[in-house]
Design a protein around this ligand. Structure first.
Ligand code: C2E
Ligand code: CA
Ligand code: CA
Ligand code: CA
Length: 272
């Protein structure tokens, strides 16, 4: 018995050790990921419910590491923890702005949506760095939409809200991502002062049940506060139809398109 207990502890320490080793390996690999050109962006259309055409693309990061492809849910938290998210995030923003200009040669009004972590916002130079990218590429800030998660509003509210305001004054749009999954209540939507609310996939998944009433409530408040609404993670025609009937402005999900490579995205726009 005793031996077995000891063995179990040994097993857990071993698992933990392997986990940590993996984390450190990923961290080390991430440091050189940009220069090794292992990172790239893929683009998922955000469709206008009325026209059926994309008004925007969301840029999503992909990492082809030495260990093979690693999902953002795996490496973004590590990049956030060990500080690489700042350089990676800037790389993402610059790539996305450049790509947006190429897309706009075909669809001039196209918006580019970029995910930005709280850790990036916390960087003192964030606003300056973003302005520098706009200048370098002669990029119109109103073509950029920054997606931040709801948890953003749980941390240092004052400082972060100021940066959001500064960005909005430059013309950048702000979306709140994964809405409804965090701790904030519907009433806190009022304080966020964002432009777009992205209803989380979990509510779209349960749209035949409890999801519907939550989506209806979000839509009501969004209308009151003048926010646009995006529903994400739409996988079926049924879900798309319910959301259209509810007058959701923008639709996104595998049903319309998976995230695609930039070349494919260009072809997609050309075919419209
Ligand atoms: P997110 O911002 O909520 O992005 C939506 C995720 O759901 C993406 O996964 C997308 O590929 C996936 N998705 C879209 N439509 C559907 C659908 O109909 N069904 C299903 N099952 N999934 C769908 P992905 O690309 O793996 O990204 C995961 C998360 O990683 C993102 O969630 C975002 O939080 C983060 N992320 C991705 N790229 C970046 C980035 O450049 N910077 C930062 N800070 N975070 C990023
Ligand atoms: Ca997002
Ligand atoms: Ca989301
Ligand atoms: Ca998410």
């Amino acid at each position: 018995q005793k031996r077995q207990g000891k063995g179990r502890v040994g097993y857990f320490t071993e698992t933990l050790r392997i986990q940590l080793q993996r984390e450190f390996n990923l961290r080390d690999q991430l440091i050189t990921a940009i220069e090794k050109e292992e990172l790239r962006l893929v683009y998922q259309p955000i469709v206008n419910a009325k026209t059926g055409k994309p008004d925007a693309f969301e840029a999503l990061l992909r990492w082809n590491s030495a260990f093979g492809p690693i999902a953002p849910d795996q490496f973004i938290p590590i990049a956030e923890q060990y500080g690489q998210i700042k350089s990676i995030g800037l790389w993402v923003l610059e790539q996305a702005c450049q790509q947006a200009k190429t897309f706009q040669l075909i669809s001039p009004n196209l918006t580019m949506c970029v995910n930005v972590s709280v850790a990036q916002f916390q960087d003192e130079d964030f606003i300056e760095q973003i302005s520098a990218i706009f200048q370098k590429h002669d990029f119109d800030p109103s073509s950029l939409n920054i997606e931040i998660t709801e948890s953003f509003f749980a941390s240092d509210k004052q400082g972060l809200m100021q940066k959001i305001k500064a960005l909005q004054e430059m013309g950048v749009q702000i979306s709140i991502d994964d809405f409804g999954t965090g701790y904030s209540s519907l009433s806190s939507m009022q304080d966020m002062g964002v432009d777009i609310v992205k209803i989380d996939k979990s509510f779209v998944d349960s749209i035949q049940g409890s999801g519907l009433s939550i989506i209806t409530a979000v839509l009501l408040i969004a209308k009151e506060l003048n926010y646009q609404v995006v529903a994400e993670g739409i996988e079926t025609e049924e879900q798309a139809n319910v959301l259209r009937d509810l007058n959701v402005t923008y639709l996104q999900g595998y049903y319309f398109s998976r995230p695609i490579e930039s070349e494919q995205a260009l072809e997609y726009l050309e075919a419209l």
